[in-house]
Ligand binder design. Structure first.
Ligand SMILES: [Zn+2]
Ligand SMILES: [Zn+2]
Length: 139
């Protein structure tokens, strides 16, 4: 099944294998945007927001989900300045070119500073241990 780029509209997304993972994402060769199916980003990026969902205040856009005949909703990715697009129906997430790097770098820096809100996934002793390892690797 060919998927249309939500941004360029005419372009078709191409499947691309993510290095060091089993995950394949769909990318646009024109605008460099990336489509992640539900929870895919969480699986490949340790600092991704857990259980991301479209916030109630998010605005519907003219962009269409590449998988469903639905509008994408735009909102600011948690703890970043990046405006991302998400489908309410399938939970897929669209990041424009460069946004993945922006989100990862910002949230990685917040994590190192101990300011990343992770929804309580890492807490107590385990969280402290992870932060120690991350700060050791991050510098
Ligand atoms: Zn595109
Ligand atoms: Zn969808």
């Amino acid at each position: 099944m060919s998927m249309k780029c939500p941004s360029c509209k005419k372009s078709t997304l191409e499947e691309k294998h993510v290095k060091q993972t089993q995950v394949k994402v769909d990318t646009c060769t024109e605008c460099k945007g990336v489509w992640f199916d539900e929870a895919e980003l969480e699986g490949i990026m340790s600092v991704a927001a857990q259980k991301l969902a479209v916030p109630s205040k998010a605005r519907a856009t003219s962009r269409r989900c590449p998988r469903c005949p639905q509008a994408l909703y735009e909102f600011t990715y948690p703890q970043t300045m990046a405006t991302v697009d998400m489908c309410k129906a399938c939970g897929g997430l669209w990041l424009d070119g460069g946004e993945l790097r922006e989100i990862r770098n910002l949230r990685q820096n917040l994590k190192i500073a101990g300011k990343l809100k992770e929804g309580g996934a890492l807490s107590g002793l385990m969280g402290a241990w992870h932060r120690l390892v991350d700060s050791a690797l991050g510098r």
